[in-house]
Design a protein around this ligand. Structure first.
Ligand SMILES: [Zn+2]
Length: 153
């Protein structure tokens, strides 16, 4: 990737995504990832500060809206984020009974800037969590490094 980045999630953010994914099972959950981007030692770090669950709609044509938010919705999301000094870093969604790898559908609806976090849900329990970014030159997803803060006892 031309500008590799690292996505940093707290333990409670990971738990929140896992909870939403398990609750939505066997449907997919989805939401927006808000935070700040910082260059640290020449490396781009995306520090997640807030997750915003997006209403999951189960009707077939509504499902298409997940990654193709219309410009007005995206603008409103960006505006809410910027009120808190944040920006929209990406989106998360779950893959019920599928691996946490982007589907062809995901690829076709992705934009280069955003991080796409995917959590696999196996039999109702959250499993592997990964993050992906689209390389706009090649049109392929590359896995993004995810740093999960440790859960403190
Ligand atoms: Zn997907």
């Amino acid at each position: 990737m031309s500008d590799p980045s690292q996505l940093i999630l707290s333990a409670s953010q990971v738990r929140q995504i896992e909870r939403e994914a398990a609750a939505a099972y066997p449907q997919e959950c989805c939401g927006a990832i808000l935070g700040k981007e910082r260059i640290d030692g020449g490396r781009k770090r995306r520090i997640v500060q807030r997750l915003e669950a997006l209403k999951n709609s189960f009707s077939p044509d509504e499902r298409y809206r997940r990654f193709s938010l219309d410009p007005l919705e995206l603008m409103q999301l960006e505006k809410r984020a910027s009120h808190g000094g944040l920006s929209v870093l990406g989106f998360y969604h779950s893959h019920p009974d599928h691996p946490s790898r982007p589907s062809e559908y995901d690829r076709q609806h992705a934009w280069g800037f955003y991080s796409y976090v995917i959590v696999a849900v196996a039999g109702g329990e959250a499993a592997e969590l990964t993050s992906w970014r689209l390389d706009e030159k090649t049109g392929t997803f590359e896995q993004e490094d995810v740093l999960q803060e440790r859960i403190m006892p």
